[in-house]
Design a protein around this ligand. Sequence first.
Ligand SMILES: [Fe+2]
Length: 255
Amino acid sequence: MSRPEFLNFKVDHMTLLLQPQLYNVAYVLFRTVFGCAPEHVVYEKRKEWIAGEGDQSLTYAMQVGQGYDLAADLTTTMIAVVQPSEPASMRSHVREMLDGHRAAAHWQHIALRTTDLLAFHAHASARGVNFITPVLRDESDDVIQVFSGEWFFPGSPASGMFFEFLQRNPSEELLQKMAERNRESWFNDKTFLGLYGEKEREYQSGSVTPFVDDALFQQLTDVVGAKKMWEITEEDVRRCEEAMLAYGASKQQQA
Ligand SMILES: [Fe+2]
């Protein structure tokens, strides 16, 4: 069974949340153990949370590997690191994700690269998948990307784990098409803060968007929940996908 090219994902980067005590030490470990040089710092972003207190480092990304072919910039492996940089008196979803796991470190999202983000977005939306942002464009990085809801189940606390899907080097025609379709969906060069702000809103409101709605999760559980993993049949998968398509269609009608 062959799958469409837009579902042939490559790992683009992974994002790691670290408690502040680990943040700078991790940088040193990337430099010494992982062999990263200063030019392997893909970006580093700062913010002054309280006027006069000076900038804090929010996030940085290290390129830990690179492809050897002509499209080397399309085949890099990166680790992005985020710390809760907010002052202790201010809420931070990053701190909550870490403290909630009693964790010094937590893999937050994995970013999978596709050749056609809009095709994937339509495919996943049709199956009831929730995204917490529209398709965003990061001009500085020449990338379009979208972020999914988190993987957890009805009644469980949010997990802090989600997916990013992205497409690098979008063509001029694609950008033009996107701009015409929906001007509102474009944030320029604000993607990190766009995602960061959206996650902060979710955690402060106590309502974190799941990957699929609880009702749909329940429908899937009804089909496969009582089985051993190896007992799941192709017919079960077909029934699940049918339920997802029906759920996705009714949701898109409501929207
Ligand atoms: Fe990311």
